[in-house]
Design a protein around this ligand. Sequence first.
Ligand code: ME8
Length: 644
Amino acid sequence: MSKYITTPIYYVNGEAHIGHAYTTFIADSMARYEKLKGEDTYFLTGTDEHGQKIEESAQKNGKPTQQFADEISASFKNLWDEFEIDYDKFIRTTDEDHKKGVQKAFEAMYAKGDIYKDFYEGHYCVSCETFFPETQLVDGEFCPDCGRSTNIIKEESYFFRLSKYEDALLKHYEENSDFIMPRSRANEVINFVKGGLRDLSVTRTSFTWGVKMPNSIKDDKHVMYVWLDALLNYITGLGYGKDDKNMHFWPASVQFVGKDILRFHAIYWPAFLMSLDLPLPKHIAAHGWWTRDGEKMSKSKGNVISPKQVADAYGVENLRYFMLREVPFGQDGDFSQRAFIDRINSELSNDLGNLLNRIIGMSGKYSDFEIDSVDVLKYHVKELEAMNTVLDSLDTYMQNFQTHRYLEELWRLFSIGNKAIEEHAPWVKMKENKKDEALATVALVANILAKAAIMLSPIMPRTTNTIADALHFTIDNSSYTEFVQNKKLLKLFNIKVVPPLFPRVEEPLMPEAPAAQPNAPKEIAKEDNKSLVEQDNLIEIGQFFETSLKIGVIIEAEEVEKSKKLLKLQVDLGEGKLRQIVAGIREFYTAESLLNTQVCVVANLKPAKLMGMISEGMILAAKDEDGLCLIRPQIPKKAGTPIG
Ligand code: ME8
């Protein structure tokens, strides 16, 4: 059976950041894994270039939209090429073939009676390119997904009969419990659909930067809705609407997305496919969100991590390893240099790198870099069994996208190798004139390393090629079949000396996340001794001290159900018991990211009730048009330390 793997196509309104890199790394690793297993695999990625958001970004940058899209799209493609992402096609929604495919799909849906013309009036969020009903808006105005202000739009529009597919979608989720992965995410989708689906506006007349209507529907003032256009890339990328050349890869085996766009992929997309009479993808796999040092990344905070910068500092393969090892698929992850360095030093350098160095060293010393596996079975049945058990367990993890478990298990192989060396101490055996036995242990470990390298190759393709080079074999489908599936031992190793693969990292190689950048102060001409403060609402210092401000440490944090804005926090103010504070910061911070962080608290505020929950204080934050950030002490202080 063939395999088809996709990433979302990324918007060209800004350069790639670490979140884009993460999705691309997972998809690339999965595609490489399937290719290693000999599956006929197609891997698609690309850029999403239409819509109002891109048009506005281009204007802000003072560039013609097409030129702007060309430049950013190229920057994504160049980065993936530099990272050796093994995609089979990089699609752009401004490609002529794609546009034709979208028009063809529109015609097919129209012919089926699934598209009709009407009027739309609603609140539109340009940033999310989505309409929201009034009931979903926060404070009657703001987007429930990104918190930005929405615009009221009334326009003529073509609608897709999404409501018609409500039952079919629910049936599909029920019959295919692994359609949405991880399964824990399925409920939010199912509840959304159960809440009732409204027909979807799929064209716009308020701007022109989009795929034109098909010629057969003469209605030039409309262009396609960007999500209809974008989602269809997954089939136009296979030749839908042109030559269908690669349509035999459809349905996709897995479509990776971030949790932010799960709804589009698990509701709209399958409904479009049903309308087109095409089968649905096997899995929509939604991963979690990356934060930096516990904070959401945003341009305004100046803490966005450029994957290129990390790769230049630490190596792209180390980054791939870190990101795929650090977080369970589906959960949020935090990028901190400390955690990254720890994994490089302990897992890559110590466990793997040192083991390889030891084998290179011992083989050189004991047998002039030539070893064979003839005696391995005689002395190491126990280790071989343990090794095979690990190898057999790996596939399940990968099929469930649990790369962190896959790597954790894979690392057991190095423990088996290290333990065998300690227990059998080849250097002692050499002294006792038991060279066969000593070399059997070296050969065992060389085999372990070789097999581990094969299985690690989808995640660290370049590094594992170097390992294979050192051990004198090649990583490909035939070595996978022979040494992993059929469990054969490699015969002869002509070991080659290679430089250490993972030099230890002693201190951070990149500047730490910048503290929030204040706007540059305006130049003010100040006359000596004259106060510039001339307001009539001034207070005495004593009045200020009526407010009790204290340092608090957040001990627990959870999302408040049914609220897009609120988090419920338990905060230590050094009072012997925790205070409950309900704070409207959910759009800017995840609950997890707040744990054990310090904040400034107004401690003598009258308790208030928010959504039925008592709140015994207020947390200080600063908010401007770019977003909100918490005010924190520059260095940690004891809980309860007074501020003033
Ligand atoms: O949504 N952590 O494009 P986009 C983890 N064009 N992943 C992240 C992330 C973060 N902090 N930030 C971004 C779009 N991502 C549409 C998609 S598909 C038909 C159209 C990743 O440029 C994650 O995969 O906003 C997320 O879904 C994707 O980038 C969004 O990229």
